[in-house]
Ligand binder design. Structure first.
Ligand code: TPP
Ligand code: SF4
Ligand code: MG
Length: 349
């Protein structure tokens, strides 16, 4: 499928293999004003996707290009389209639930027509699609993989809050094991979601994406650099942003920061990026953040009542830890190469 290379350097890496010029760190821009979402949206207090969208837009606007955003149905669309002025100068089209990525192709076709008519240069536009995990992992996956196969320019952003929040918290392909949702209720016979979540970026890479990255709003410079890289690299690039949802996660509205930090410290969310070198079909994986505390998954389960049921079942907590360890075994070579001790298994409880 592709050759794998690990970047020995762990941490924020603003440079790119594929770009002639390194992407500038956000701080390098100095006092250039940039706004993302402005006031008027109707997101809940403590909503992670509001912050994620905000930072992606700010980053893309720093490039000086005009942002054209195609937004799939879901919370992000519902909370920003009753008062569309919150998008500022971004051109926004609200598309259907399954077809965010297909709309990115439509935008390219429109751009070509406009360019032929002498109206606009394709280089002056950033083509971005934004959708939830339900709209990406499930109903929009076909459109996403087909868009990647077409190889057109654009940035696809999945705001992953790990369930279908806008319609009442149904489980998606991104829902963690053991989660209580309305379609995976935690009961006596079946204890919450029994599936292991899928990994979107693996699918996107397998389909041929030149650049994929996982980010979170807490590490905003990392997120903004990744958004700029995705916009600068030619071809269909995919960004996945961890998005706390107090409503669906049954968490307090003021622990956005703590929950995101716990996701990183328990290693249940991995900040990384992968860039494809086309001539050799080699993908360079960079780990952008390494847990400092190496906390057990039980710490992550505490602040979120969607996990309340599984906390009483040690075997479920152990299973959740095993899922994390299995995912991290991929990063073992880069940790060993950096002399970082590989801990076989964290205490699950
Ligand atoms: C074809 C179609 N099926 C179902 C719906 C109803 N619907 C609207 S938003 C949504 C859930 C979106 O979930 P996700 O993509 O994860 O976004 P979130 O709301 O969680 O941000 C659903 C099922 C729809 N709009 N169109
Ligand atoms: S339900 Fe969740 S994702 Fe939707 S606006 Fe509220 S916090 Fe954000
Ligand atoms: Mg969702």
């Amino acid at each position: 499928m592709y050759n794998i290379l690990f970047n020995r350097h762990i941490g924020l890496n603003p440079h790119s293999l594929l770009l002639p010029e390194p992407v500038r760190d956000v701080g390098d821009y100095g006092a250039i004003a940039t706004t993302g979402l402005t006031s008027g949206h109707q997101g809940c207090v403590g909503c992670g996707m509001v912050s994620g969208t905000n930072q992606v837009l700010r980053a893309l606007k720093l490039s000086g290009k005009h942002v054209v955003a195609s937004i799939g149905t879901g919370c992000n669309e519902v909370i920003t389209t009753q008062n569309t002025s919150c998008w500022g100068e971004v051109s926004v089209d609200h598309n259907n639930f399954p077809n965010t990525a297909a709309t990115l192709s439509g935008n390219i076709a429109a751009l070509k027509a406009l360019a032929q008519a002498g109206g606009v240069s394709p280089e002056s536009i950033v083509n971005v699609g934004i959708a939830g995990d339900g709209g990406t992992y499930d109903i929009g996956l076909q459109a996403l993989l087909a868009w990647i196969a077409r190889g057109e320019n654009g940035v696809y952003v999945c705001l992953n809050n790990q369930a279908y929040m806008n319609t009442g918290v149904q489980g998606s392909g991104a829902t963690p094991y053991g989660t209580d949702t309305t379609t995976t209720p935690f009961g006596k016979a079946i204890r919450g979601n029994q599936r292991t979540p899928q990994y979107l970026l693996d699918l996107a890479l397998a389909a041929g994406a030149p650049y994929v990255a996982a980010a979170c709003p807490l590490w905003h410079r990392d997120l903004m650099i990744k958004a700029q890289k995705a916009a600068a690299i030619e071809g269909p690039c995919v960004l996945e942003v961890y998005s706390v949802c107090p409503e669906g996660w049954k968490s307090d509205t003021d622990v956005f920061h703590e929950i995101t930090e716990l996701a990183l410290e328990t290693r249940s969310w991995i900040l990384y990026e992968a860039e494809r070198e086309r001539d050799t079909n080699t993908v360079l994986f960079t780990l952008n953040y390494l847990a400092k505390k190496y906390l057990p998954i039980s710490d992550y389960l505490r602040l979120q009542e969607r996990f309340a049921g599984m906390r009483d079942f040690p075997e479920m907590v152990r299973r959740a830890q095993e899922i994390i360890e299995a995912r991290w075994s991929f990063w073992r070579p880069v940790m060993e190469a950096n002399g970082i001790e590989w801990k076989e298994e964290a205490r699950a409880i």
